[in-house]
Design a binder for this molecule. Structure first.
Ligand code: SAH
Ligand code: SF4
Ligand code: F3S
Length: 475
């Protein structure tokens, strides 16, 4: 079945821009009362897509007249939440308790919650019951309405709640405030159709919707004009990009178009589902001068039996064959992954299988997670949940192998000269800057703030576990 995405189009954009003006009036009134510009603080709890949403919220808040701050003791605080694992939720509740005490001292303070966690009914009930001081709650599907919701919040003395179950709309062209001037994430698709049995994302982000390639290219061209050199194309499963567009297009074809954009020097993307990674993509990556030598290829488990229960739709052997093919075609690529330990029914022998894959693939980095039961997912209803002590034992065993292999892999570049994009001044050590190599490894080397955003050759002098100490290469 083909679903066509309805573009809300210019009309909705115009409506929202008029709400930004209205919100501005409220912010100006507050400014008068306070005798200074009101400050806002946007906190991101989740993944890169969540972070990109935060940039959209920040863009609107800035246009409405707020100044940005990292201080949580601000006049407007918004938590952009994540619910992929329970510890993300617990962090939100903990921080909300702190906000409550701040608000008691500053009664004019406004507090908003949005993001994936808000798509869960039980969460909303809990907030209504125990966190009545929250002023505004909205979800993942109506984030483009943020300006309108802000106005509603200012004009109401009760908690404003607006959650949609799903949407088929994509609203383009609203203001965005980027965190970094030289790199940016770009949504190429929203939602997910995969329904891995442990995962809540499809329930809180809705069905898969691809943006039109013209809109993506236009956005990246504009970013390049503004000085962005590195883009990260974002989607829960970028390999299925474009399948439900009116004029279908593959992800590899989209990459080919992005490659042509002048000024863009590096292209990254996240995340690739192994079941959909095509030979065409491997070839495009191999031939590209701009696509970074890094592939994040979530494994989740190395046991075919568990993979099947997870609904991942590949076997251990298929994954290994894919990784081998990628390594053969692109030998200098870094492969990273996500792994879950403690999925229902997992036994120590399954963890052994996972460890076997880690040893064979030789990941540059692997994010290991303890399985977290998400209400409403098929895995949550499985009866064979694994006791915590057993999970912990498997987790520690896996982590050790992951760290040993990553250390070995990362150190392979010692003594080489590689280009690094300088991202920031090193906070720990004065006189150093931090750069990122094409393969995503970090290098610290002498330099100053003037280098931020530049791509410079760096001699990788010494590997320190998972990163390098180097110096600028001047032949
Ligand atoms: N779309 C991406 C992943 C998004 S969530 C993909 O398919 O790879 C990021 C990671 O969180 C996942 O790769 C998975 O390893 C982990 N994760 C998701 N649900 C989880 C759960 N219920 N418990 C523990 N980890 C989970
Ligand atoms: Fe979750 Fe699977 Fe979709 Fe990734 S592909 S977001 S793990 S359901
Ligand atoms: Fe979390 Fe939502 Fe991302 S649940 S991982 S913020 S898509």
């Amino acid at each position: 079945m083909r679903t066509t995405v309805k573009y809300a189009g210019d009309q909705e954009e115009i409506r929202q821009i008029s709400y930004i003006e209205k919100a501005r009036k409220h912010v100006e009134a507050l400014e008068e009362k306070l005798g200074r510009k009101p400050a806002c603080c946007v906190t991101t709890f989740g993944c890169q897509m969540n972070a990109r949403d935060s940039e959209k919220l920040t863009g609107i808040l800035e246009q409405a007249g707020y100044v940005l701050t990292e201080e949580e003791n601000a006049d407007f605080v918004i938590f952009n939440t994540c619910t992929v694992r329970d510890n993300a939720n617990q962090r939100v509740y903990g921080r909300l308790g702190h906000l409550n005490s701040l608000k008691k001292k500053n009664p004019h303070m406004k507090i908003a919650l949005c993001g994936c966690m808000m798509q869960e009914k039980t969460v909303i009930e809990k907030i209504q019951k125990s966190y009545g001081f929250v002023d505004l709650i909205f979800g993942t599907h109506n984030i483009y309405k943020f300006a309108e919701l802000l106005v509603q919040m200012f004009e109401s003395d009760q908690m404003v709640i607006d959650i949609w179950e799903d949407t088929d709309q994509i609203v383009e062209n609203l203001p965005i405030q980027r965190k970094y001037p030289f790199k940016s994430g770009i949504n190429i698709m929203f939602g997910c159709n995969n329904f891995c049995s442990y995962c809540i994302v499809p329930y809180v982000r809705g069905r898969e919707r691809s943006r039109n390639p013209e809109d993506i290219i236009r956005e990246i061209r504009k970013l390049a004009e503004e000085g962005v050199v590195e883009v990260m194309l974002l989607g829960q499963n970028v390999n299925s990009y474009g399948k439900n567009l009116e004029k279908p297009m593959s992800f590899a074809q989209l990459l080919g178009e992005v490659e042509k954009i002048q000024g863009i020097k590096r292209i990254r993307f996240m995340t690739s589902h192994p079941k959909d990674l095509s030979d065409e993509l491997i070839q495009v990556m191999k031939e590209s001068k701009k696509i970074c030598r890094h592939l994040h290829l979530p494994l989740q488990s190395g046991s075919t039996r568990i993979l099947q229960a997870m609904n991942r739709r590949y076997t251990k052997e298929q994954y290994l064959a894919l990784a081998e093919k990628i390594r053969k075609e692109i030998p200098d690529i870094a492969i990273t992954t996500d792994i879950i330990v403690g999925f229902p029914g997992e036994e120590p022998g399954d963890v052994d299988e996972t460890i076997d894959v880690v040893k064979k693939v030789q990941y540059d980095n692997a994010f290991t997670f303890i399985y977290s039961k998400r209400t409403g997912t098929p895995a949550a209803a499985m009866e064979n949940q694994v006791p915590q002590e057993i999970v912990k034992e498997g987790f520690d065993r896996l982590l050790k192998v992951v760290q040993d292999t990553a250390r070995q892999r990362v150190s392979l570049l010692e003594g080489q000269v590689q280009e690094a994009l300088v991202e920031e001044v090193n906070e720990q050590e004065e006189g150093l800057v931090t750069g990122r190599l094409s393969n995503n490894t970090i290098v610290h080397f002498p330099g100053d703030a003037g280098l931020i955003g530049e791509i410079v050759p760096v001699y990788l002098e010494k590997c320190q576990g998972f990163y390098y100490i180097g110096k600028r290469w001047e032949p």
